[in-house]
Design a binder for this molecule. Sequence first.
Ligand code: GDP
Length: 195
Amino acid sequence: LFAGETDFLKGVVAMDGLPEADRIEVCFAGRSNVGKSTLINALTGRKALARASNTPGRTQEVNFFTLGDSHYLVDLPGYGYANAPLPVVEKWQALLKRYLSGRQNLRRAFVLIDTRHGVKPVDHEIMALLDSAAVTFQVVMTKADKLRGTALDDILAQVRGELARHPAAFPELILTSSEKGEGIATLRATIADLV
Ligand code: GDP
């Protein structure tokens, strides 16, 4: 799947612009600065495919990429900006809710959690939203190179405790470092195995 072409298809700001649900779909969600763009670039082997733009107004698009000829990879806008105005947050939540509840080809959501920070209240909110939309989600820990030993164990325990509270959570998490290339093959295999 990842040996083939990955291309940017389109960015949408409203539900009527979604591409047809004619491919298996996975989406990526995470707080701003979690390392989502870097991870998507590492995953697809393409530099700067997902633009690492962190300006609130410019990142409200849902970006669709084609993976080979069978999958869509969807980059959801980052959430949890410190200074995001309430209307922006509400618009984002509304778009996300509609996307999650209406997308029949969506097989799994990957929720990215920064290994240094663990699950924050905004992450919990997204997971609760995925629960109510009955979209299976799997946590991908990012920047694993930043933490080792018991500090890492403590964070993983916190995340697993959180996952136990979410019926839509896939119990196994994936530890990644885009910088070191750790976990990228596992994540690719996980996506390729979805049917
Ligand atoms: P996004 O806002 O979620 O798209 O985050 P970015 O991909 O732009 O990454 C945010 C910051 O984290 C950047 O400075 C990246 O260089 C850094 N970063 C991303 N992935 C890793 C990683 O695996 N390890 C380390 N140490 N830093 C990372």
